[in-house]
Design a protein around this ligand. Structure first.
Ligand SMILES: [Zn+2]
Length: 138
C-alpha cells in the first residue's frame, strides 16, 4: 500500500506525498465528480466508464489520504470530500494547465443522462437505484 501519508517533518515531502495521492487522472476526475455533493459509486461509474473495482481502489487511496469520507444511507454508500478546498487547488492547477473553465466544470455537472444514482433520479425508487453499488457491497 502506497497510500500512507508520511509523518516526515519536511514540508516539501508532505506536499509531495499529498500530491502523489491525487496525481492520477482517475483520482483527479473522481474528486471533481464528487465536488460539493455526496456521491455514490454508481454515479462515478456512469461518468467515468471505469470499472467499479478500480473506482473503489482509487476511493480507498483518497480516503486514506483524508480527502474523502463515506456515509451510509440505507443500502447506499455515499462519498463526500472532507476537504472541499481540494477543488480550489485543482481549479488553480487547471488554470496553470490551460484548461478551459467549461471543460473543468463539465466534469462535475449533474444530472447525468442514463445514470441510475439517487441524485440523478431524485424521484426514482431508491430501492431500484444504485444496483451496482449494492451488488459489490457484499
Ligand atoms: Zn448519477
Amino acid at each position: 500500500m502506497i497510500a500512507n501519508v508520511s509523518t516526515s517533518d519536511f514540508p516539501e515531502k508532505k506536499l509531495s506525498d499529498l500530491l502523489s495521492q491525487i496525481y492520477q487522472p482517475a483520482r483527479i476526475q473522481i474528486l471533481l465528480i464528487i465536488g460539493s455533493q455526496e456521491t455514490c459509486v454508481c454515479h462515478i461509474e456512469t461518468v467515468t466508464g471505469m470499472r467499479q473495482a478500480s473506482i473503489s481502489q482509487h476511493l480507498m487511496i483518497l480516503r486514506k489520504a483524508g480527502l474523502v469520507s463515506t456515509c451510509r444511507k440505507g443500502r447506499h454508500i455515499f462519498y463526500h470530500l472532507t476537504k472541499p478546498e481540494v477543488i480550489e487547488v485543482l481549479q488553480l492547477a487547471a488554470n496553470l494547465a490551460g484548461i478551459k473553465p467549461d471543460s473543468f466544470l463539465a466534469l462535475s455537472i449533474r444530472p447525468i443522462k442514463d445514470c441510475s444514482c439517487p441524485q440523478c433520479n431524485p424521484n426514482g425508487d431508491p430501492k431500484l437505484t444504485c444496483k451496482k453499488v449494492t451488488q459489490s457491497n457484499s
